[in-house]
Design a protein around this ligand. Structure first.
Ligand SMILES: Nc1ncnc2c1ncn2[C@@H]1O[C@H](COP(=O)(O)OP(=O)(O)OP(=O)(O)O)[C@@H](O)[C@H]1O
Ligand SMILES: [Mg+2]
Length: 605
């Protein structure tokens, strides 16, 4: 589909698929066009190259081969005449009526598929005039029972016609006179060949013509035609539009004019188009204000990690103001922001990721679509790639798509948390590399998903093994281990390069004070639950509190989970026994009692 220029000359040529149709007209009676059939195609018209839709491009090409009329049918438009003018009384109309003979009354009406068989035979068997028949929206008709009646009869007519058809329309006068006998072809437009019955697609004499996604050459041609100013913007536009249709490129230029962006901002317009015309929360004053005052919200939720919180806030400030990698000439195409949370288990990494999601996107980071967590230990095997990005065609689950690609498509403004990244299979690491450098992934169905507005958080326990709790060197040691892991262990330094060493945020072990603070918080929660479930008051005397806090401090090496376990084992479990035995009454715990086989007793007042 490249409106390429023939080497050495400046003569533009039609896209390859159109040239293929022209060249095969002497031997082909039926074409199945599929792929980018709703896209535009850069076609030479006179001196210029202009974007045309598929049917216009076809009509132009056929006209150049001496076709006087193109009959076009769609379930919506019915049967109409294109080429040489569609108005009644025009030459094309007269020609079509002559060819259709007794069926001419069908023109301008919604024609059922059985009657369309008559049209097909009339077009295919005339020796008097070059006329083609284009059938559009067949995929939709086939998917819709209401539209489908008679369609299989029609296909049988079509196929039997192909088998008996010989090229017999001799050149007339005018265009295409230099060619010999040509078929009067039927051209069928479908989204994908599998939408048609297989016997309709595969047979001899039926030619499949794939319309490809625009390559760089077509995008350059489109960019040149769409941006009259030319200059650097043309190349930038063609590059940035990778994976997009030419129709999308045209829409982007429209969007750019409507929003009065200047031509130099074409890459921004492409980004805006890719993520849709939803409100981009990143550009909202609301988000910026929340991030500006975010430190308190994060510190209140994640205790004792002031270094990690401060570092995270720095990165978020850059992200929220669009200043990520601001020293580079252009905004990169990677995600909005990347954070790499490292450090001991249970110290608040996942918790901080949730808090950040809530701060930036709102919601409760629970059911809300803007927070998605992926446990990379579940993606340690090669085949799990399919779970993430969807299975390729022909495999089960293909139509379901991938968990990650679906999530981002549904909500391009979201925080993606990839826990324990070091456990992911190398193939999956490659996907991350692609997300981080290009900001996009192709899913199993071939559709591109864009990550440009996501915030990505990786977590890892790498490098914690060799660090004692309360080691003042924890920051530098963990950092060095992570660098070593990517460089020497898995030998993928480029992945860390894309993440950015400056985005590594190292969490500290929970200090004694933090463990106590966290335990106090849990005790309050337990009291609240007793009040809510039993309409009773739980009191915990000072001696009991002190004992519980000491046990929490012992548990802190397992992080917040260790602290929580200490509270559950030493307070919640025995308390539940008490509530069972005594019913819903006020309880006062004065001290912790004995412990046998992990079962604690309570001393009550
Ligand atoms: N610094 C902290 N402040 C408040 N709560 C914390 C903190 N650290 C851990 N917790 C609590 O402990 C539990 C485990 O924490 P979290 O899931 O954030 O750990 P993590 O660092 O992600 O650990 P892992 O490396 O094992 O995934 C959570 O319930 C969390 O609320
Ligand atoms: Mg975690």
């Amino acid at each position: 589909m490249t409106a390429a220029t023939v080497a050495g000359t400046r003569t533009p040529v039609a896209p390859a698929w159109l040239r293929d149709i022209s060249a095969s007209l002497p031997v082909t009676a039926q074409y199945v066009l599929h792929g980018s059939i709703r896209d535009l195609h850069m076609c030479p018209v006179g001196e210029r190259v202009v974007p045309l839709d598929t049917v216009s491009a076809l009509t132009g090409t056929l006209a150049a081969e001496g076709f006087g009329a193109v009959l076009y049918h769609s379930p919506v438009h019915g049967l109409t005449v294109l080429g040489g003018g569609t108005a009644a009384g025009s030459e094309a109309g007269d020609l079509a009526r002559a060819v259709l003979g007794p069926h001419a009354g069908l023109l301008g009406t919604a024609v059922g598929y059985p009657r369309l068989g008559d049209v097909l035979l009339a077009v295919g068997s005339t020796t008097q005039a070059r006329v083609a028949l284009v059938l559009d929206y067949l995929s939709q008709a086939l998917a819709d029972d209401e539209l489908a009646p008679g369609l299989s009869t029609f296909f049988l007519t079509a196929v039997s016609h192909v088998h008996s058809a010989r090229a017999r329309v001799r050149p007339g006068t005018g265009g295409g006179a230099e060619r010999g006998a040509l078929h009067n072809p039927v051209l069928v437009l479908v989204d994908k060949p599998s939408d048609l019955p297989s016997w309709m697609v595969g047979g001899d004499g039926i030619r499949q013509v794939p319309l490809p996604v625009p390559d760089l050459g077509s995008r350059m041609a489109a960019a040149r035609a769409l941006l009259p100013g030319g200059g650097d913007a043309v190349t930038q536009f063609a590059d940035a539009a990778e994976g997009l249709s030419l129709r999308a490129m045209r829409d982007i230029v429209q969007l750019q004019r409507d929003t009065r962006r200047d031509p130099g901002q074409i890459v921004e317009s492409v980004q805006a188009y890719r993520t849709g015309v939803r409100d981009n929360p990143w550009n909202g004053a609301e988000l910026r204000a929340r991030v500006a005052h975010g430190r308190d919200a994060l510190s209140a939720r994640v205790l004792g990690q002031s270094r990690a919180v401060a570092h995270t806030m720095d990165i978020l400030a850059r992200t929220a103001t669009g200043m990520t990698a601001a020293h580079l000439p252009q905004r990169g195409s990677g995600p909005r922001g990347v954070l790499f949370f490292a450090g001991p288990t249970g110290t608040g990494k996942t918790e901080l990721a949730k808090a950040v999601s809530q701060l930036v996107f709102g919601g409760d980071a629970g059911g809300s679509g803007s927070f998605r967590r992926f446990d990379m230990s579940e993606f340690a095997a090669e085949h799990t790639e399919a779970r993430l990005i969807g299975a390729p065609p022909g495999y089960t689950g293909h139509s379901a798509g991938g968990e990650l690609t679906n999530a981002v498509r549904q909500n391009p403004y979201s925080l993606l948390l990839f826990d324990e990244i070091e456990k992911a299979h190398p193939l999956i690491l490659d996907k991350f590399l692609q997300i981080l450098s290009d900001g996009r992934l192709t899913d199993g169905t071939g559709a591109t998903v864009h990550f440009a507005e996501t915030l990505i958080v990786f977590t890892s326990n790498l490098g914690v093994g060799g660090v004692e709790p309360d080691d003042p060197e924890i920051q530098t040691k963990v950092r060095a281990e992570i660098v070593g892991h990517f460089r020497d262990v898995i030998r993928r330094p480029e992945i860390l390069g894309r993440i950015g060493e400056e985005n590594i945020v190292v969490f500290d072990y929970l200090s004694r004070d933090v463990a106590r603070g966290l335990a106090l918080r849990y005790l309050e929660n337990v009291k609240g639950r007793v009040r809510a479930e039993h309409a009773s008051t739980l009191r915990i005397g000072p001696r009991a509190v002190e004992q519980l806090l000491e046990l929490a401090v012992e548990g802190r090496l397992l992080g917040g989970r260790g602290v929580a376990d200490a509270v559950v084992v030493n307070l919640v479990n025995p308390l539940a026994e008490v509530l069972l035995e005594r019913g819903s009454r006020d309880v006062t715990v004065t001290a912790l009692g004995s412990e046998t086989d992990g079962v604690r007793t309570l001393e009550l007042a």
